[in-house]
Design a protein around this ligand. Structure first.
Ligand code: 9D3
Length: 255
């Protein structure tokens, strides 16, 4: 997969991208990440990429010409369809489903805005999608682009080890994770649950499933609606006092 990140802060993106899973994915060759300096597509002495807003107001707006030149150049050089995404607080919110969808693309171009925003004509004429990483205000699209790359890189074959991939599988049933413990079994009287020390694998699996369900019910009941639940799961949810109406809805959905 080839991902190109267009930014006014190439050094920052490059720095972050050389670490962690993105670095690993790049080294394996599975991910080609290219950082593109938007200023390379300016032509004036000051390499101007932003300007004051028409109509007045505070702050600066990213100009359309450098973005057009960059996007057009990258599309042309790609020689195949490219999905161009503007990282934007107004975009579709990134979730695991969207990550999976993006991981299926062969090329992405991520445009990082900065300042107060980008000229509206970029949205209207140059990009295919707008993506946000959540409802909080950041200073630019660089960190969101890196978040997206990190999440997508985990889906590229060979980036995760076998064990991690298998774990991924189980996460896909849409529940929160069960509690994890490691040695020592007693720390200041804070004990590891006995069942995990028992060596009884079937009981351990059942306990973990129950804890996943309990946690999801307590913290993120919204996830249950799209979780893959068995009859047994519904039984356990009922035992832990899940709301009757919620259970009826989940049962109806299972058919
Ligand atoms: C006048 C500033 N804004 C109103 C609060 C609009 C605004 C423009 C640009 C707010 C933030 C930004 C910079 N952020 C991004 O480019 C961005 C972002 C984000 O801030 N939060 C979550 N996801 C994203 S994706 C890109």
């Amino acid at each position: 997969m080839i991902i190109e990140v267009v930014t006014l802060f190439p050094a920052m993106v490059e720095q972050c991208a050389s670490h962690s899973i993105i670095g690993r994915a790049r080294e394996s060759g599975a991910l080609q990440l290219r950082v593109v300096d938007l200023r390379d597509y300016t032509h004036d002495r000051h390499r101007t990429a932003d300007d004051a807003p028409y109509g007045g107001g505070a702050g600066m707006v990213m100009k359309v010409e450098p973005l057009d030149e960059a996007i057009t150049d990258l599309r042309r050089k790609a020689g195949e369809p490219v999905r161009v995404i503007l990282m934007s607080p107004q975009g579709r919110k990134l979730d695991q489903r969207l990550v999976e969808e993006l991981a299926g693309e062969s090329r992405l171009v991520l445009i990082c805005g900065h300042y107060e925003g980008v000229d509206e004509r970029v949205r209207e004429h140059l990009v295919d999608d707008e993506i946000s990483i959540g409802d909080y205000v950041l200073t630019g699209g660089e960190l969101p682009a890196l978040v997206l790359v990190d999440a997508v890189a985990r889906y590229i074959p060979g980036v995760l080890g076998k064990a991690e991939s298998a774990e991924e599988e189980s996460f896909r049933d849409g529940l929160l994770e069960y509690p994890q413990y490691t040695r020592p079994e007693d720390y200041r009287g804070w004990r590891v649950p006995e069942v995990l020390l028992s060596g009884h694998h079937a009981m351990i699996a059942r306990w973990r499933r129950r804890e996943s369900l309990r946690r999801t019910l307590e913290r993120r009941p919204d996830l249950l609606a799209s979780a893959r639940l068995t009859r047994d799961d519904l039984q356990m949810l009922e035992e832990m006092g899940a709301d009757g109406a919620l259970l009826e809805k989940l049962k109806a959905e299972r058919g």
